[in-house]
Write a protein that binds this ligand. Structure first.
Ligand SMILES: *[C@@H]1O[C@H](CO)[C@@H](O)[C@H](O)[C@H]1NC(C)=O
Ligand SMILES: *[C@@H]1O[C@H](CO)[C@@H](O)[C@H](O)[C@H]1NC(C)=O
Length: 291
């Protein structure tokens, strides 16, 4: 506080100091160039609307992808995405966080699996903790995600990981480390996105093929918002009380979120690894009730 005293009548200095504090701790809406770089096939990524919107292209030559310049330990990332319209079967648009480490990978995935014209997209989520994934869940959406932009977010703190579609939680993975269930929290993760061809698995197990006569396929991204603890300097991420995403109101669902989540579970979940007896004769530990 002493530092403020000699300058207490200097509004500009105060505002500057406030801006530095706020921008370094709380994050702010990101522009593409500030926070991301192209990781795969530059010619397939186009900035439009002065860099506020990104167009990803998939054609027979290549898909493409981009990633954040730095990694984050906890936080909330969100983007508005408009998916490939029409006959998008065989295309996969992904938005995910990944520790980018081969051996003990941590990863939080949103994957949007295209479908034939007029049939619904499938949103698949998956969680890798300490190198192990195979935790797929699939939901269908209550709107056409290719008709307009919708917000997709991942919240990640010490208490849980939540996937949101337009503020509606569609998936939660709780920190149950105390019960021996792995939870990603030791490694920072980058933010990634890709548009690619996956008709070997994404279309009912590879039954349907991408229709290249419909190419190129386009997906659009805007309103990049990363609010997380960037790992570049000293790591004070886990203990800093100013990191709002770890605050009390983000440690569990509010009543409204709980109600919305029940609605998704009852009406929109079409696959849940927890219920897949042929794949998991023994119910995975984290799926047991009471966990
Ligand atoms: C397309 O939607 C239909 C109807 O929901 C579903 O049965 C089918 O598996 C979907 N196909 C793909 C490729 O996702
Ligand atoms: C692929 O698209 C073309 C052009 O719209 C159409 O004529 C053809 O029937 C489609 N093929 C399949 C397998 O759907």
């Amino acid at each position: 506080m002493a530092i403020f005293y000699p300058f207490k009548n200097n509004g500009v200095f105060f505002m500057l100091l406030l801006w530095i504090v706020v921008s370094s701790v709380w994050g702010r809406p990101a522009t593409f160039n500030q926070d991301f770089h192209v990781t795969w096939s530059e010619p397939h990524i186009k900035q439009i609307d002065q860099g506020r919107t990104i167009q990803l292209t998939l054609d027979q030559g290549s898909g493409c992808g981009f990633a954040s310049k730095v990694k984050y330990l906890f936080g909330r990332v969100s983007m508005k995405i408009k998916l490939v319209p029409g006959d998008s079967a065989g295309t996969v648009t992904a938005f995910y966080m990944n520790s980018d480490t081969d051996s003990v990978r941590d990863e939080l995935d949103f994957e949007f699996l295209g479908n034939r014209t007029g049939q619904p997209y499938t949103v698949q989520t998956n969680i890798y903790a300490h190198g192990k994934g195979d935790r797929e869940q699939r939901v269908n959406l209550w709107f056409d995600p290719s008709a307009d932009f919708h917000t997709y977010s991942i919240l990640w703190n010490h208490h849980h990981i939540v996937f949101y579609v337009d503020e509606v939680p569609i998936r939660v993975y709780k920190n149950n480390e105390a019960k021996g269930i792995p939870y990603p929290k030791m490694q920072a993760m980058g933010v990634f996105s890709t548009l690619w061809e996956a008709d070997n698995w994404a279309t009912r197990g590879g039954l349907e093929k991408i229709n290249w006569s419909k190419a190129p396929f386009y997906a659009y991204y805007k309103d990049f918002d990363i609010e997380g603890c960037a790992i570049s300097g000293p790591n004070t991420c886990s203990t800093n009380p100013k990191n709002w995403w770890g605050g009390v109101e983000y440690q569990a669902f509010s009543a409204i979120e709980a109600r919305r989540y029940r609605w998704v579970c009852m009406n929109h979940v079409i696959y849940d690894y927890c219920q897949d007896k042929s794949r998991y004769p023994m119910t995975p530990h984290e799926c047991l009730s009471g966990i």
